[in-house]
Design a protein around this ligand. Sequence first.
Ligand code: PMP
Length: 404
Amino acid sequence: MLNINKIREDFPILSKKVYDKQLVYLDNAATTQKPRQVVEKIENGYYNVNANVHRGVHFLSQEATEAHEGARRTVQRFLNARSSNEIIFTRGTTEAINLVASGFTEGCMQAGDEVIVSVMEHHSNIVPWQLEAARKGIAIKVIPVNDRGELDMDAYRALFSERTRLVSVTHVSNVLGTINPVKEIIAEAHGREVPVLIDGAQSVPHIAVDVQELDADFYTFSAHKIYGPTGMGVLYGKEEWLDRIPPYQGGGEMIATVTFEKTVFNELPYKFEAGTPDYIGSTALAEALDYVSAIGIDKIAAYEHELLTYATQRLKEIDGMRIFGEAEQKSGVISFLVGDIHHYDMGMLLDRLGIAVRTGHHCAQPLMQRFGIEGTVRASFAFYNTKEEIDILAEGIERVRKMF
Ligand code: PMP
């Protein structure tokens, strides 16, 4: 079992008071808090290891390069990628998906070719494809969900045509918490020789992910959602696909040789990492992954599931409670509305009680339309949350309900 009190000591912000109330932080799907170990890694990086990477002969530059490339290997091990060449550092999930959308469309698609996404995607896995639709004339097909918030797998299978070139879906929904059957989704696509991108922004922090076991072609996540720094993320891609797509940006680092007549691009992973990389962010991300690994991702998943079960039961006791997303396989996210209380009012009043939850469309407007709503209140859990905090949430919601 996890020693939550001890874990919480690593996260100083969790002891903070807001409006004279103890902070109850339940907005972990938006971003997670950072343990001391990660913040100290950043501090130590700037104080002791700072030099530009990859091109220096001097001691400090070599040390910084080793730390940065060591971080890449940590990510490789965390995802169980075959090679560290398959790990591209990006600014986050959003940039990783944009990189694939732009490069894959350019390298592997023609006008009229199709990409399959789902209705539960975050805007970052919709809009990049719409940009490509406008630029290149590709078409977007959408997998629907049932009322419990699970993907309709029969509809998914029926969406394939001979023009399908890529499937791009989220592993875990940031609104519904649904854990999608990505292994099956990938196998279905591979049966038709179609590669698959998985948006792992909400999965990597909460459940074990093995990209080889899943056989994912591309897999993305953001460091800030897994206790790491902002502005840092990862694109995993199989070498065979990364080799086939053109660079996303041009500049230093991503080239082997440059003349005005002909430029030769660098090898993987550097082909996709133009400019000075965030070598402090990468080492801080590796520290966060080590932190998670030391606790154990399976223990985290089990504990967060316990929190989800407890919270679902407590919230369902409240009159007028409507929970959006009741999938069989679900991660620690609860989206809800109570009676006809506006989500924004609920969020603001909970805030006054020290409870941080998210309100709004959660960057998933098509999903809101699917459920005929404008937005929800969302509570999302991390391993440092407790059942006592869930009690405070439930009591807070009840108080707000009575006020209306
Ligand atoms: N996909 C999902 C499922 C998300 O929840 C988020 C963040 N809310 C993103 C993508 C985008 O991540 P980022 O803003 O870190 O790029």
